[in-house]
Write a protein of this length. Structure first.
Length: 103
């Protein structure tokens, strides 16, 4: 005679852990944290000097340890700069989707 199958144990709901002290707040919707080499033309970022838009492809120097990208001010399209980050640093950017870019 065959044995009856044992019943499966129910999964308990995992408790939600409160945010740990010192952790950054969650990112707003529509933004992403990317490495500097993952920048795309049209990405926007904000720093202490204002809002910037990526206008050139990123490139590395110093054996791939530093990443550079050409950016322009959103409020003044003629003002361009080359920004530099460590290749391992993550930067918060706002990405435009294909539908938003066609407007």
């Amino acid at each position: 005679m065959a044995r009856p199958r044992p019943e499966k144990k129910r999964q308990k709901a995992k408790p939600v852990q409160p945010p740990l002290p010192g952790m950054p707040p969650p990112e707003p919707p529509g933004s992403a944290r990317v490495l500097p080499m993952q920048f795309q033309i049209g990405d926007r970022m904000t720093d202490s000097s204002g809002e910037w838009e990526v206008v050139g492809r990123p490139y590395t120097t110093n054996g791939g340890k530093n990443a550079h990208v050409r950016v322009q001010r959103v409020s003044q399209p003629g003002v361009t700069e080359t920004k530099m980050w460590g290749a391992y640093e993550k930067v918060i950017v706002q990405r435009t989707t294909a539908e938003e870019g066609k407007r």
